[in-house]
Design a binder for this molecule. Structure first.
Ligand SMILES: *[C@@H]1O[C@H](CO)[C@@H](O)[C@H](O)[C@H]1NC(C)=O
Ligand SMILES: *[C@@H]1O[C@H](CO)[C@@H](O)[C@H](O)[C@H]1NC(C)=O
Length: 275
């Protein structure tokens, strides 16, 4: 039982470490070799656009967050919906969001695609909303349109433009920004010359918070384990370490693994020196 718990813990550490690296909820991505931070498009009251006609349709959406106007839709959390004939219909789940290229002209831009299977479409398509964001340097973020393209396809395009759709610029001196975002981002990234490098992020991502919680849990496990072993089981010295035998075995396994990998590397080094 304790072996199972510990294997689970180890798996969780790996998952935590991976999500600490990618943190997909931060609304930042690289498209066409340019870095973007679309979080300035977050709108707590939802973006909206009305398509007039005999049966007027209002499109509501948000970027990288739930659209508050769609919150009567259950059980999923939409990032976009439409309001027509007194009914709200899901047009894209927040959880489905993915960044896609959007050919937005010379200044750049990008798009986020949201899909949902929550409200089936007559055409057979998966209902999809593509939030198209066009960079207009230094300009406020605004709605520029929304439509279903083509009509009846359940494929919706909603359009935003503004400074938050511009590639993030590299500030040269601290205290000044060179355009692009809203001026609050100049402490984030000081160099983009190493193309593979992760931008230095302010604050903690979900993954790191997770690792911290995990380390706290491990501390509690050790402290409680030692207390129980000492007070209840009347153990002494290193025997007080919780699940001591397991950890000794585990240590030996890791050691074997390290030696195995080391021997492989040493061998391949001598075999493929020209590589
Ligand atoms: C991304 O943009 C938001 C809003 O414009 C800003 O608050 C945030 O600091 C930016 N994040 C980074 C890492 O540049
Ligand atoms: C949110 O969207 C509404 C409707 O499109 C718009 O009027 C408002 O200015 C937006 N809010 C922000 C903070 O951009």
């Amino acid at each position: 039982m304790s072996k199972f718990l510990i294997s689970t813990l180890i798996a969780i550490i790996f998952i935590g470490a991976i999500s600490a690296q990618s943190a997909p909820s931060n609304c930042m991505t690289t498209l066409g070799g340019k870095k973007y931070n679309f979080s300035g498009f977050g709108n707590s009251t939802s973006w909206s656009f009305v398509v007039a006609g005999t049966n007027p349709t209002t499109y509501y959406w948000n970027v990288c967050a739930a659209a508050s106007k769609c919150n009567s839709i259950k059980p999923t959390t939409p990032a976009s919906c439409q309001f027509q004939s007194n009914t709200y219909r899901n047009t894209g789940d927040l959880a489905s969001g993915s960044f896609v290229n959007y050919n937005a002209g010379s200044s750049g831009g990008g798009a986020i695609k949201y899909t949902t299977t929550g409200s089936p479409c007559k055409s057979g398509n998966t209902r999809t909303t593509t939030v198209q964001m066009t960079c207009t340097p230094g300009k406020a973020n605004i709605v520029t349109g929304a439509d279903e393209n083509p009509v009846g396809s359940c494929l919706y395009e909603v359009q935003l433009s503004g400074k938050s759709a511009c590639p993030t610029t590299t500030p040269t001196t601290s205290g000044t920004t060179t355009g692009g975002d809203d001026g609050s981002s100049h402490s984030q990234e000081t160099s983009s010359s190493h193309s593979g490098e992760k931008p230095k992020k302010k604050g903690l991502s979900g993954g790191w918070i997770f690792i911290i919680i995990l380390l706290c849990s491990i501390t509690v496990y050790l402290v409680v384990g030692v207390i129980i072993n000492a007070k209840v089981r009347h153990m002494h010295g290193t025997d007080m370490i919780p699940n001591k035998n397991f950890w000794v075995e585990f240590g030996a396994l890791i050691k074997d693994g390290v030696f195995f990998i080391k021997s492989k590397i040493t061998r391949s080094n001598s075999g493929y020196q020209q590589v």
